[in-house]
Design a binder for this molecule. Structure first.
Ligand code: CUK
Ligand code: CUA
Length: 629
């Protein structure tokens, strides 16, 4: 059996839990007589299971997955957790969207976390990437960008909830996002895509495109504040970091600074900008920066001729940027050119010291097919590039492409596999880390066309799972998804240890706990109404299947804050709080506190109820707000 020990152990634990949970049901069935299994039956069953388990996507009921997938939810604004290889959706994490199930965007806790963008209801998430230590996932955070509102958010992986969010100043549309891989994720890096005037105050000429800039953003991963920004020539699309802790690289598709389609695709070459972290930090320390738009964020000048950056010309309107897991190469994907450009990271020191010319850093430019967008890697020297226009994934050998570039006759293309249809990102299991394991590849296809039952003019995307463990890529699963996964990561489950219950000292609701303390309320025991002018704070506990308070009185027009603390210590017993006819809903996980504020603008009896099914008497978990006119 190829099952790892931790997998078996987790399976055992799971089954044990299941047995005790189901003990009553088991007892009921105890009278049934079953024929004993023979040794031969056992042997043939084991053989069948083993054959199926050889990199099979099949997970039988009760079997756990080997990997967590973190999926962008595109313009749904969320992040999704998938189980791989089954491709089952395990959870959704609301981030830039509003979520009525959890109350994300409605509760006071989530509004505090969203901060200055608490009023925004929409977002467009593209690139979820996990923090790393020494080039390996560390299971701590997943960072995600919001292209629509220029934000970056952080998901805390112990609870799988967002705990910080920032709107990035001086830029519009945060697009490509990655993390520093080595020595650890001190910084999150991301690109401001759309060029805007500096300053963008509507006072200087907005027609004069020469004042427009895009900025590269370096964000402190712990505080989630901008450490510094770097002004560049051209715009910025995708980005990635090296495995030495020295360089970041970003693609630019609009070096022309065109404002129309034909202007943007005029040049045969655009470029990759490489940033030297060391030189940027030195400039920052030396005070060699300016500020814009009335804020204090230091902006370094990394335009052409600056010592902070180097511009490497590459063909034409490049899109994806991917670092090979052996730390040797940055790969820029050509989009309008059938090529990808392989940049040797080893040569970047010489480039920055002006010992070589920018194009000398290119060590291969293999021709792969039409519309290369993104590249993923296995642990055997292969790269897998999506071809948007050809609707294919092309598997190629990196070292052979380098030999071909040197003039040797070698066919570096190993296989082309049809995918369905129009792939954007692809991702291999752990392929953006040193732990690339060459087992699975996911192709995030933008169109599904005829692959599923028709559901009206709007169709799902198609996230396809491909087995890459053998010599040939094999398509093994079609996965319909809602708008619109741009990017994903595939993380071995050994890297993550999510909590089963909340702990009372959690920072996500710490401010609410502090408010209760000020009100003299013990959240773990008290059920109390505190009036403060026309503001009313209603503190209540919950334990299946009752709230600690089944009625409270307020006056019409009061601003009511309901604070619920879930005393249940049982795994998976989440309660909800919904005030009917008020648009008020939220989740309260076991041992958590959640709060929500609204105006009591309807007189009379207003029922509240628990909307997370928690108990046989869940329907009875309700109470009344009595609103006096
Ligand atoms: S992007 Cu969407 S397919 Cu935002 Cu990384 Cu390439
Ligand atoms: Cu508590 Cu349903």
């Amino acid at each position: 059996m190829h099952r790892s020990d931790d997998e078996q152990q987790a399976q055992g634990l799971e089954n044990a839990g299941r047995r005790s949970f189901m003990s009553k049901t088991a007892l009921l069935g105890a009278g049934a007589v079953t024929a004993p299994m023979t040794a031969a039956m056992f042997a043939s069953m084991a053989k069948a299971n083993a054959a199926e388990a050889a990199n099979s996507p099949i997970r039988h009921p009760g079997e756990l997955d080997e990997y967590y997938g973190f999926w962008s939810g595109g313009h749904s604004g969320e992040v999704r957790i998938m189980g791989l290889p089954s491709m089952r959706e395990l959870m959704r994490i609301p981030v830039f969207n509003i979520d009525s199930a959890t109350g994300w965007g409605l509760t006071n806790e989530s509004k505090r976390i969203k901060g200055d963008s608490a009023h925004l209801m929409a977002g467009d998430s593209h690139h979820p990437h996990m923090s790393m230590t020494d080039g390996r996932y560390d299971g701590k955070y997943v960072f995600i960008n919001d292209k629509a509102n220029s934000r970056v958010a952080r998901i805390r992986c112990d609870v799988m909830k967002v705990d910080k969010m920032i709107t990035i100043p001086n830029v519009q549309a945060i697009h490509g996002l990655r993390v520093q891989k080595v020595p650890y994720t001190k910084y999150v890096i991301c690109n401001g895509e759309f060029e805007i005037p500096m300053n963008n105050d509507g006072k200087s000429s907005m027609e004069d495109v020469s004042t427009y800039r895009s900025l590269f953003n370096v964000i402190d991963a712990e505080t989630l504040e901008v450490a510094f920004q770097v002004m560049v020539d051209g715009n910025l699309d995708n980005t990635d970091a090296d495995y030495d802790g020295k360089y970041f690289a970003s693609t630019c598709y609009n070096s022309e600074m065109g404002m129309t389609l034909s202007d943007m695709i005029a040049s045969e070459r655009d470029h990759v900008v490489v940033f030297s972290l060391e030189r940027c930090l030195a400039a920052l320390k030396a005070g060699d920066f300016k500020t814009y738009n009335g804020n204090k964020v230091p902006v370094l000048d990394g335009r052409k001729g600056s010592k902070l950056t180097r511009y490497i010309p590459v063909p034409k309107s490049p899109h994806g940027m991917n670092t090979s897991p052996n730390g040797e190469y940055f790969v820029a994907n050509g989009k309008l050119s059938p090529t990808v450009s392989v940049i040797s990271i080893k040569k970047l020191d010489d480039l920055f010291n002006d010992k070589i010319q920018p194009r000398d850093a290119i060590v291969a430019e293999p021709e792969l097919g039409l519309g290369p967008l993104h590249t993923a890697f296995d642990n055997r020297g292969h790269a897998y590039t999506t071809l948007f226009l050809d609707s294919q994934i092309v598997k190629w050998n990196v070292e052979e492409a380098i030999r071909a570039y040197q003039g040797e006759k070698v066919n570096y293309i190993k296989q082309k596999l049809d995918v369905h249809y129009q792939p954007g990102h692809n991702h291999t299991s752990q392929g953006e880390t040193r732990d690339a394991d060459g087992k699975w590849l996911v192709s995030l296809c933008k169109f599904s066309k005829d692959r599923f039952l028709p559901v009206g003019p709007l169709r799902p995307e198609n996230d396809q799972l491909i087995d890459i463990s053998g010599d040939e890529m094999k398509l093994v699963h079609d996965g319909p998804t809602y708008a619109e996964p741009h990017d994903c990561i595939i993380v071995h489950r050994s890297k993550l240890k999510p909590k089963k219950l909340w702990t009372r000292d959690d920072s996500i609701f710490a401010d609410t706990v502090a408010m209760a303390e000020k009100d003299g309320v013990n959240l773990m025991a008290d059920n109390k109404v505190i009036r403060d002018g026309n503001k009313v704070r209603v503190y209540m506990t919950s334990i299946a299947p009752t709230y600690g308070m089944t009625e409270f009185k307020v006056k019409l027009g009061d601003e009511v804050t309901v604070v619920v603390t879930n005393l249940d210590q049982v795994e998976d017993v989440t309660h909800g709080f919904c005030m009917t006819n008020h648009g008020v809903q939220m989740e309260i996980g076991p041992q958590a506190t959640s709060s929500i504020t609204f105006i009591a603008d309807k007189p009379g009896v207003q029922w509240y109820y628990c909307n997370w099914f928690c108990h046989a008497l869940h329907m009875e978990m309700r109470g009344r707000m009595l609103v006096e006119a």
